[in-house]
Design a protein around this ligand. Structure first.
Ligand code: FES
Length: 79
């Protein structure tokens, strides 16, 4: 195992499955720290205990959620 794998949770994944929670109409929540490789090859990192990845693509700080999804929620019964 490389040092990189260790820093990004390689050890954690070897022991137990990584549980990811998908918030309805919101972000994907996963235990941190997390590194995300972007389409342009850059790698960004969050050291938060729980990391929120934007699923709605409205965030101004992609790939992280900035709660912009809250302003665009579809009221219950309108979907
Ligand atoms: S999921 Fe929160 S801003 Fe996109």
């Amino acid at each position: 195992m490389s040092a990189h794998e260790s820093e990004t949770g390689g050890d954690r994944r070897a022991r137990e499955p990584l549980r990811i929670r998908i918030d309805e109409c919101g972000p994907m929540l996963l235990p941190g720290p997390v590194e995300v490789e972007l389409p342009d090859g850059r790698v960004v990192r969050s050291d938060r205990v729980v990391v929120a990845l934007c699923m709605c693509r409205r965030s101004r700080i992609l790939p992280w959620c900035d709660t912009s999804h809250r302003r665009h929620r579809i009221p219950p019964g309108k979907a």
